[in-house]
Ligand binder design. Structure first.
Ligand code: AMP
Ligand code: ZN
Length: 111
């Protein structure tokens, strides 16, 4: 499958790893929009949040259970924002479900 994040998970494209287990991979965004900008992805390919359902929501729960630890490993201190862009209107550019963790500074209001 021609998916950038599947290639990153497989190690075919280098990335700055923050956390990894059997279900998920977390790495630093190549174009950070905050001092801490980490992406968390399920190892199983899910195209977007629009594809979340009863058959795969357990992995989403596991990711959210780990987000506090991953955020701290990424360097956040006084809070953080979790963002998932879904589809064209939200500006999703990589069609493998991912959660942005943004922090390390006071963030502006969301659009
Ligand atoms: P989105 O626009 O929500 O689909 O987010 C995709 C994110 O992937 C963007 O913030 C990009 O900066 C990031 N990105 C693209 N290529 C890479 C890469 N090779 N390594 C790390 N992050 C990447
Ligand atoms: Zn993928």
């Amino acid at each position: 499958m021609d998916c950038l994040f599947c290639k990153i998970i497989a190690g075919d494209i280098p990335s700055a790893k923050v956390y990894e287990d059997d279900d998920m991979y977390a790495f630093r965004d190549i174009n950070p929009e905050a001092p801490c900008h980490v992406l968390v992805v399920p190892k199983k390919h899910i195209a977007s949040a629009d594809e979340i359902g009863a058959d795969n929501s357990a992995i989403v729960a596991k990711i959210y259970e780990k987000i506090p630890e991953i955020a701290r490993l990424g360097g956040v201190k006084n809070g953080y924002r979790v963002v998932t862009n879904c589809g064209p209107d939200a500006g999703q550019t990589v069609f493998h479900l991912h959660f942005h963790i943004l922090g390390g500074a006071v963030l502006g209001k969301m659009a």
